[in-house]
Design a protein around this ligand. Structure first.
Ligand code: GLC
Length: 493
């Protein structure tokens, strides 16, 4: 890839992160600074999004990367719990509030549930880019220890090394079809999700009680892969071998309990009976990111799935669901994501593994397709893996992870328009008020829906035109195109 293209991409990514940066302080003086995933729709701080953002920020502005992660820790509790979403500037909007997993419908500063625990790994990567602040690595250790101890204590009641999620969106893969059977009418995109949240509220999010009493919980493969990677990072940061042993315990448990030798995939385990959920989603391939994965298993995941054109080898990036699954949908749905479209964080986790196993050419092909996606459509939330269309939110923060996968070396300066010290008006210094954001949110959803409707109408018209031509050809005496040996369509006879 040419230096100019690379520089342009890096500049765009830097500008995007700078534009989504929010900073300020709470009434009690607590400062915050983070990148919101995509305003106005995603305007709060999300746990794993912030980790991804910090990983990219470290290429442009390490102090911002550190501030993003410090803010995430600041949003946590003293017992080590760190929320899935933190509402720094304001509480959740009216439309979403009932569906946020908070303790009560109004007035919460954060949700009471978790998200895929990537923090220690992100911390290590940012610390490695922090020559200007060598104390950063040690600064977070106590809080990180508390966090990963909290996860083990609260989310692994059976002590098998695999932590559980009690809501589908705790993995970050909200609407993935792998949760359809487990959560049924209460799954993320169905109205019953409200009841799931309400049930957790009534039990005060006591995961031991929820896991003992109900079957709607999952030992999730992706969550546990990231958990193991982070425990390894914490062991390296702290020099404490106990975290390495815990990481190895989780890795063994993934192999012993989740690996299916016949299908060559890893399955989530659901409910008190640990029943395997046999739906092939990219999470089934996530153990590829574990350096300890036995080579034989890695090769099977790659050859039988990741590079199989019937399953995951799509023209653009890596689909979130195997193209062979009946639930696979390549396109956009207003309330459903992770049911087929390609996301850049998937590539971030899997492409390095492809290289490690010797499939560098495949990794290059996937990366080239991602560059094309971003150059054509910008940093979108996700993309259609079949035709490369950019879908859902625009200026989506973690799609800039692409920068972390491309060779470094381009200029660091994003140019005048991207001056990173210029957060959008009103965001700097003071807490930005989102009161009255109802209109914006509706506008953004409406705009998404309208653009999708226009796209579908366009497609339908195009299909109709093709059909008409076909019909005219078959209903008339065709004149033959001598060059191709096929009849000319009537319209051009
Ligand atoms: C969507 C994604 C989730 C992400 C959030 C904010 O809900 O499914 O993973 O954290 O948006 O970007």
């Amino acid at each position: 890839m040419g230096r100019k293209r690379l520089e342009r991409l890096r500049g765009d990514a830097h500008r995007l992160l700078a534009g989504n940066w929010r900073q300020g302080s709470l009434a009690d003086g607590t400062p915050y600074g983070f990148t919101c995933p995509s305003p106005p729709r995603y305007r709060h701080q999300w746990y794993w999004d912030s980790c991804f953002h910090a990983i990219v920020w470290r290429h442009f502005d390490p102090p911002r990367a550190r501030e993003e992660l410090r803010t995430l820790l600041r949003g946590g509790r003293l017992d080590g719990f760190i929320p899935h979403t933190i509402f720094w500037h304001d509480s959740a909007g009216w439309r979403r509030a009932p569906f946020y997993a908070t303790h009560s419908v109004r007035g919460n500063r954060a949700t009471a549930h978790i998200q895929t625990p990537l923090l220690a790994l992100a911390w290590e990567l940012v610390a490695a880019a922090s020559d200007d602040d060598p104390g950063f690595a040690a600064e977070g250790l106590d809080a990180l220890r508390l966090h990963y101890d909290w996860l083990a204590r609260h989310r692994d009641p059976d002590g098998d090394g695999l932590i559980s999620i009690i809501h589908p969106d705790e993995s970050g893969l909200d609407d993935s079809p792998k949760y359809d059977a487990v959560f049924g009418w209460m799954t993320h995109y169905r109205p019953g999700y409200f009841w799931l949240v309400e049930r957790s509220r009534r039990l005060r999010y006591d995961s031991h009680a929820i896991i003992a009493r109900y079957d709607e919980h999952v030992e999730d493969v992706l969550v546990n892969v990231v958990y193991a990677l982070s425990l390894h990072a914490l062991a390296r940061l702290s020099g404490d071998g106990a975290y390495r042993q815990r990481a190895e315990h989780t890795e063994r448990a993934l192999l012993e309990h989740c690996w299916d030798e016949d299908r060559g995939l890893f399955w989530d385990l659901a409910g008190r009976g640990h029943s395997p959920q046999r739906i092939s989603t990219w999470s089934s391939l996530a153990p590829l990111a574990l350096p300890s994965l036995p080579e034989r298993i890695g090769r099977r995941l790659i050859e039988e799935h990741l590079i199989d054109p019937r399953r995951y080898r799509a023209p653009f990036a890596i689909p979130s669901v195997s193209m062979e699954e009946p639930s696979f949908r390549a396109g956009w749905h207003l309330f459903r994501c992770w049911r087929g479209p390609s996301w850049i964080n998937t590539v971030w986790l899997l492409a390095p593994a492809l290289r490690r196993f010797g499939y560098g050419a495949e990794a290059d092909r996937i990366l080239a397709s991602c560059v094309e996606l971003v150059e054509r459509h910008g940093f979108r939330e996700y993309y259609n893996p079949l035709n490369g269309e950019g879908l859902a939110a625009r200026h989506f923060g973690w799609s800039t992870l692409l920068i972390d996968l491309l060779p470094a070396g381009a200029a660091e300066d994003p140019g005048p328009a991207g001056a990173p010290q210029a957060p959008p008006s009103g965001a700097a210094g003071k807490s930005r008020s989102y009161r009255g954001s109802v209109g914006r949110e509706l506008w953004s959803m409406g705009a998404e829906a309208a653009s999708e409707t226009r796209r579908r109408l366009r497609l339908r018209r195009r299909r109709q035109a093709v059909n008409d031509i076909g019909h005219q050809c078959s209903s008339a005496q065709p004149r033959w195109n001598m060059a191709s040996g096929r009849p000319w369509p009537k319209t051009i006879q």
